[in-house]
Design a protein around this ligand. Structure first.
Ligand code: FAD
Length: 421
């Protein structure tokens, strides 16, 4: 894809910016751009409504910023995004609860990792963090046990589908256009303008921002980018705790994560509607939208013919096998949970939902940990926005807009953002 005339050559294009994807990242970006005023922004979404993929299939946790390497985009984005998210929820009457969480170490080898989490949490500016000896765990979670724990009072819960719908509503109230049921199938550059071909006609804009989540690598390639990574889908299954067992949990309980993986381990999560979920595990999926376990030939080939998948699989086959065996097995799930809540048995678990994570994987088998945004002529591509991207969505949107300003020459210098909410 060539860009002979430069990104600002056609000021009379119908839109200034076309955003692909009405997940929480695309909508936060759209809202932030629209709130600046003076820009014509359109969001193009394949599904009939917003938040139908990762945003609508997650754990609903407002992360505090505990886990992430100090100074990383994830750490900064999570802390800043959390603050902005709570402010948005307050101003838009979206219910959330700062119920706090415990990260519990259940074996000696987890204790140094708990130390490291505490160090990271303090470096990331978390407030009220408390290290607890095993005997104090019951003060916070009467049914939990462990050798030691970290109590993180700033962690909370919210319904991200509701948040995404509120972003969409606000964006439209400010004059933005949301085109649902419109799948992007091609992108061309023509005389400094971007022509977005969809299954429902053509959209023309000066620039494109790709927030297509599980399809973001493909949309990037459609737009002429050559990302040196691939989105590999990782399925996460949940079980629901039977209604009469919900009192076993006050807030959230997490294990100490394995630092080699970007996933946090099977945890117990109270949801804002009062239900309690256990999960998610992490298993390679053979369909990027295969919520019922379908096989997608294109997606399966994309994952299985990619060298990075094999390098990763060979390196971590033991963990991969155990995650696979745990999928769909209440007994194995219950055993993992009983390490910190011994009263939980398989009989307490009912089949729940599932989510599919868009995880960027390098050719050499490295799981990309941090948020990643790449550029191609006239376009920015959000190529890795894993957890805590829902928490961090409004902060990620800030970074995207800064880059759109600097790299796409899109915004008027000196424009000060209006409040998005
Ligand atoms: C199981 C699970 C648990 C998680 N738990 C948490 C949590 O507790 N807290 C947290 O902060 N984060 C969590 N996350 C991460 C968070 O949900 C995601 O990082 C976030 O939702 C990503 O948003 P997104 O907008 O990038 O992607 P998505 O929500 O996937 O949106 C992408 C959108 O692009 C659209 N699209 C794709 N291709 C096209 C196309 N060609 N044309 C038009 N539209 C297209 C899709 O239909 C979709 O609507 C979790 C994720 C998963 C999967």
């Amino acid at each position: 894809m060539s860009d002979p005339a430069g990104p600002t050559a056609l000021p009379d294009s119908r839109y200034d910016i076309a955003i692909v994807g009405a997940g929480i990242v695309g909508l936060a970006t759209a809202l932030r751009l629209q709130a600046d005023g003076g820009l014509r922004v359109v969001v193009v979404e394949a599904e009939p409504g917003p938040a139908r993929h990762q945003t609508g299939h997650n754990s609903g946790v407002i992360h505090s910023g505990l886990y992430y390497a100090p100074g990383s985009a994830k750490a900064v984005g999570c802390v800043e995004g959390r603050r902005r998210l709570l402010d948005f929820c307050d101003r838009n009457e979206i219910r959330y609860e700062l119920c706090g969480k415990l990260v519990i170490a259940t074996s000696d080898d987890e204790l140094p990792r708990l130390d490291e989490l505490e160090r990271r949490g303090r470096a990331n500016g978390l407030r009220g963090l408390q290290r607890l000896p095993g005997e104090r765990i019951a003060e916070f979670e009467p049914h939990a046990v462990g050798l030691a724990a970290l109590h993180v009072p700033e962690t909370g819960i919210v319904d991200y589908t509701q948040v995404a719908h509120a972003y969409a509503r606000r964006f439209q109230e400010l004059g933005g256009e949301l085109r649902l049921g419109t799948r992007v199938v091609g992108v061309r550059r023509r005389s400094g303008s971007t022509v977005v071909e969809t299954d429902a006609g053509t959209v023309e804009a000066r620039s494109l921002i790709n927030c297509a989540g599980l399809q973001s690598d493909r949309v990037a390639r459609l737009a002429g980018a050559r990302p040196r990574l691939r989105i590999v889908p990782f399925r996460g299954d949940y079980f629901d705790l039977a209604a009469n067992r919900r009192p076993l949990l006050r807030g959230l309980i997490y294990p100490v994560p394995d630092p080699r993986f970007p996933f946090l381990g099977v945890h117990l999560t109270r949801r804002i509607d009062g239900s309690v979920e256990a999960g998610p595990n992490a298993v390679l999926a053979l369909h990027r939208h295969g919520y019922a376990g379908e096989l997608g030939l294109r997606d399966a080939a994309s994952a299985l013919l990619y060298p990075g998948t094999w390098v990763l699989g060979l390196k971590y086959w033991r963990i991969a096998a155990s995650e696979f065996l745990r999928a769909g097995s209440p007994e194995r799930f219950a055993r993992a949970l009983a390490r910190f809540v011994p009263e939980i048995t398989a009989a307490d678990l009912e089949p729940g939902g599932c989510g599919i994570r868009a995880q960027a994987l390098s050719h050499g088998g490295r799981l990309l940990d941090d948020f990643a945004i790449e550029r191609s002529p006239g376009a920015l591509h959000v190529l890795n926005a894993p957890s805590p991207a829902a928490t961090a969505s409004l902060a990620i949107a800030e970074r995207i807009v800064e880059r759109a300003h600097d790299e796409l020459g899109l915004l008027t210098p000196g424009v000060q953002p209006r409040r998005a909410g």
